[in-house]
Design a protein around this ligand. Structure first.
Ligand code: UDP
Length: 499
């Protein structure tokens, strides 16, 4: 890994700047320990240091023992890191038992907050090292601390140390708008949570009113709501908000966010790791087996099903998918994973998927389908055999799918995915609907609906396919020299240098 940089990075032309003329500028990053948070943060750090030789980056790592796959990713990045990117593992902290938390965001927010003294210590050391490195009368300095949507407690550290703090938002501008709206909504709510919300939300980031049924499960629950509100309130304290999106995809939403009283907004995406887990996942044999199988399938013939880094569905739901999929008669690749050990763990891998699939399913579909565990999703989306993607609508997955021009059928499972699905289908017409408001555990999409949705995805909607291909081209253009995201990254760099 590290040798194959993503295409979007390759497309960027470096600025011609003499680093000695200004001194080196250090950027510090801290992310929530999840694949969907860390990967885009690493890519963003790469974009900045690749764009301008004055920058170097330090990424502070919070470790969660429950997520060995995340730790594997971090280790691989550490091993392959370029000289201008370094990783610092923060010391472990004592936490109350995760069982005491209803909601994983509540636990993770608390875990991160406990790292505050370690983050302060690490940045203080970096500042001391920067001063010592002053050999040309142009001292190095820390030009910015980048936090993500759940690491807002580090705003305090930035304030204490006098460092400008920026929010890096790895979800769409629509969801950023929702977060920015939460404090306003909260002042009108009684009782103070969203469980009783029965009317649609009218937000400047959405063309349509947003039904409560597509709000994230976490904010509909007391503990989660309190934490989301807590983080959202702090966003306005930052000096700028960087969003992993591009204006051509979300023009209305980016304008909507900008119309609020918020810090400067920089859409710099899509920042993608186009090499993906194919470069770092320990099970390369499995990866090669999947890719070889795809090589044997006709172009655009395969529907790919994958429900995210944290996605696993109930036994009855898996059976309904299997029945619906089999009825379509289409070629398929299904990343099927089992329940996690706890809500903080990533889903487990089935030793034998027969334990959850209908009797004889694997034998009957052996000629047309492949059921597998964790896969390098972005490598699969890049394969010419893929014709459609049944996706949980995580934002990284949406950006990857658009980049490769593969249409999505929406099946949101957790986090802000219901809202993303709503945006893709109702706001942008860039996806086919299977469900927009699915709640894992309580809902069941029956086989008929699965069959209908997949057939529509693969055979039915040429207009969606055409629009997706066009948006894919726009996403690549946005990252090229003078593209919208390239320009926005340049504006951010000017601001960082001027701090
Ligand atoms: N991913 C993958 N293989 C899988 C599941 C997920 O490579 O089996 C990658 C996917 O390509 C994406 C990231 O994990 O880059 C998931 O991020 P996203 O924002 O889509 O959803 P999350 O998992 O954070 O909910």
């Amino acid at each position: 890994m590290g040798k194959t940089r993503s295409k979007c990075t390759l497309n960027l032309q470096k600025r011609v700047v003499n680093p000695m003329a200004t001194g080196k500028l250090e950027l510090v990053f801290i992310s929530t320990p999840g694949i969907g948070n860390l990967v885009p943060l690493f890519e963003f750090a790469h974009l900045l240091v690749d764009h301008d030789p004055r920058f170097s980056a330090t990424i502070l790592i919070v470790t969660m023992p429950q997520r060995p796959l995340v730790n594997t990713y971090v280790q691989s990045r550490a091993a392959a890191a370029a000289s201008n990117i370094r990783l610092i593992h923060l010391p472990a902290v004592e936490t109350p038992s995760p069982d005491q938390f209803q909601n994983s965001i509540a636990y993770i927010s608390m875990l991160i907050e406990k790292h505050r003294p370690h983050v302060k210590h690490a940045i203080t050391d970096l500042m001391a090292a920067a001063i010592e490195s002053d050999s040309n009368h142009f001292p190095s300095r820390i030009a910015g601390l980048f936090i993500d949507m759940f690491t807002t407690s580090m705003i305090d550290v930035a304030n204490e140390l006098g460092i400008p703090c920026y929010l890096y938002f790895a979800s769409p501008a629509t969801f950023l708008g929702f977060m920015l709206h939460l404090p306003i909504l909260d002042s009108k709510l009684n009782p103070t949570d969203l469980s009783g919300l029965d009317s649609d939300l009218v937000l400047p980031e959405f063309v349509n009113p947003v039904p409560p049924s597509v709000l994230p499960s976490s904010v509909l629950q007391k503990e989660g709501y309190a934490w989301f509100l807590h983080h959202a309130r702090r966003y306005a304290e930052t000096k700028g908000i960087i969003v992993n999106t591009f204006v051509e995809l979300e023009p209305h939403s980016v304008n909507g966010v900008r119309s609020r009283q918020v810090p400067a907004v920089y859409p710099i995406g899509p920042a993608l790791d186009l090499a993906g887990p194919a470069q770092w996942h320990p099970d390369q044999v499995h990866h090669r087996k999947v890719m070889t199988w795809l090589d044997d399938q006709p172009p655009s013939s395969v529907v790919f099903l994958c429900f995210g880094s944290m996605g696993s569905l109930s036994g009855p739901q898996v059976k309904e998918i299997a029945i619906g999929l089999e009825r379509t008669g289409l070629h398929f690749l299904w990343a099927l994973r089992g329940p996690p050990k706890t809500q903080l763990h990533l889903p487990s891998e089935y030793k034998d998927p027969n334990e959850v699939l209908p009797n004889g399913f694997l034998e009957r579909t052996a000629g047309v389908g492949l059921v597998c565990g964790w896969v390098s999703q972005v490598s699969i989306l890049a394969h010419k055999a893929i014709g459609g993607f049944v996706s949980h609508c995580g934002w990284n997955s949406i950006l990857e799918s658009l980049w490769h021009g593969v249409p999505i059928a929406t099946w949101p499972v957790y986090a802000e995915q219901q809202m993303n699905a709503f945006q893709m289908v109702r706001e942008l017409g860039l996806a086919v609907e299977i469900t927009l408001d699915y709640r894992a555990g309580s809902d069941l999409v029956v086989a008929d609906e699965v069959e209908r949705g997949i057939k529509r995805l693969m055979d039915g909607d040429d207009e969606v396919r055409r629009k997706v291909k066009e948006m894919g081209k726009k996403s690549r253009m946005a990252m090229m020299e003078n593209g919208s995201s390239y320009t926005s990254l340049g504006a951010l760099i000017e601001a960082l240098v001027g701090n």
